[in-house]
Design a protein around this ligand. Sequence first.
Ligand SMILES: C[S@@+](CC[C@H](N)C(=O)[O-])C[C@H]1O[C@@H](n2cnc3c(N)ncnc32)[C@H](O)[C@@H]1O
Length: 226
Amino acid sequence: MDALRAFFDHLADEWDAQQPPDREERLREQLSLFRPLLEKSRRVLEIGTGTGALIPLIQEAVPQAIMVSVDLSHRMLRRARQRSLAASLLQADAHFLPLASQSVDLVICHNVFPHFRDKPAALRELARVLEEEGHLLILHDLGREQVNAIHRRVGGAIGNDLLPPGEDLGRMMAEAGFIPLRITGAEILNGGISPQRRRRRREQREPLRSPRLCGELTCRFEAQLR
Ligand SMILES: C[S@@+](CC[C@H](N)C(=O)[O-])C[C@H]1O[C@@H](n2cnc3c(N)ncnc32)[C@H](O)[C@@H]1O
């Protein structure tokens, strides 16, 4: 875990510059797919916040919620603090959360699940802090194959941090007590809308019409605690 923390500490100052210019818009689109769930959430736990890109967007979508954002890396959290002065930030490991059992009703893991060292144990820990019938969202900006190809290429501390196929993750979730509700984009290879279409959507502010469109770009899992 020390090597992983050091890896992300090292990456913290570069992370935002490595992201696409329209990232905020894309993240907002991802979240909009879960609007009904977000709107009913009161206590949100975000795992692997990094530089906190999602924090203002979650706050915008669920202004009524209390939100805590967790990360392993102190340097990532320092960046998140610069972005969101009032955010509740916590340096902790998803496998050992310093939170009471059943203390949140929604957990969001954004671009972090592949990095969990013991995925079944991390899922059990997330299930512990979730109240009954609470929800878990596991979100990625890219499809599974793309995420895994990037991690393999980068190597080192994250070379083996792979996102399992949807079926395997569904099984792990069920073993941790979750009912998998939606699994999207887990097997999509190099999917994506064309650059022309992306530009048109940006220029015309074309709304996202169907989850499938986003499913081509991202990999998402939604589950509910039994
Ligand atoms: C790829 S970055 C994504 C950051 C952010 N969600 C984003 O997409 O901009 C993954 C983040 O998860 C954090 N992380 C990795 N393993 C973790 C764990 N076991 N517990 C908490 N945070 C973890 C890393 O420190 C890093 O900041």
